[in-house]
Design a protein around this ligand. Sequence first.
Ligand SMILES: C[S@@+](CC[C@H](N)C(=O)[O-])C[C@H]1O[C@@H](n2cnc3c(N)ncnc32)[C@H](O)[C@@H]1O
Length: 244
Amino acid sequence: MDLDPYRAFRSLFASKTVRSAWAKSYGEQFWEASEPSQSQATVDDIKFITQRLHPSAETKLADLGCGGGCVGRYFASGFGADVEGIDADPLAIRMAEELAVTSGAGHRLRFKTGDVSKTGWRVAPSMARLVWMSCSSWPINGLHCTKLPRILKPGSGFVGTSWELRAESAALHAQAFDDYPGAFKDAGFEIEIYEEIGNWRRLLTDAISAVVAPEDAIRREVEGPAAERLLRWARARPGELDHS
Ligand SMILES: C[S@@+](CC[C@H](N)C(=O)[O-])C[C@H]1O[C@@H](n2cnc3c(N)ncnc32)[C@H](O)[C@@H]1O
C-alpha cells in the first residue's frame, strides 16, 4: 500500500507513546494543548508569551513556524485574537487548517505555507495592529530578523523562543547563529527581555530519553519517515546541546 504523506505526518501527533514520553518527562511543565514532539513549548513558555502579548479580541498575531498551529489556536480560542500562521511545511499547514475547523475558532485563524526567510509573505493588510509571535523551537537567524520590520506595524513587538546555536546543528538542519540581540537591534528593535529558559536542558534531555526508550512502539504507531525523522533527531540532538 502506498504511503500517504499526510497520514504519516498526522500519525506522529496521534501517537500515544510520543505524547506520554513528553507528558511524563515535562511533568507539571507539560502544556496539554501542545503537539509533541513538534511543540516543545512548556507551561511557563505559554504563560510568558501570554503575559507579554496581552492577547484579546483586538490583537492581531502572526505565528512564525506555526507547525500544526497549537499556539495560535490557544490565542484564538481562549482570547479571541486573530492569528495568521506561516510554516514551510505544507503538511503542517494542512494539519493546522484541519484543527482550526474543529477548534470552533476557525474564523479567527488563517494559515499559509511559506518560508519566512524567503517569501514576500505579508500579514493580511486589514490587520490594524500586529504583534509578531512565535513559539517555535526552530532556530530563527539573522536573515529572519531582517525580514521582521517588513511585516510588523511600527510599535508592535516580537515575542519568541529559539535556539541559539554556537555550532551547526545537523539534528535541526541549521547553521550556527547566536547573536539575537545584535540581529534584532540591527533590524530596528528595542530589546525588552532576552533570557535563557532556565530548565530547557533537563526537560529536553528527559523528553529525548523518554522518546528513544520505546523505539519499537514508536515505529508501530508513527508511520513511514515521520518515525525515522523523530528518532534521528532524538539520537543526534543530545550530542549537540553543549553548543546550544
Ligand atoms: C519545532 S516546530 C514548532 C511548531 C510550533 N511553533 C509549535 O510550537 O508547536 C518548528 C516549525 O518551524 C517550521 N519552519 C522551520 N523553518 C522555517 C522557515 N524558514 N519558514 C517557515 N517555517 C519554518 C518547521 O516546518 C516546523 O513546523
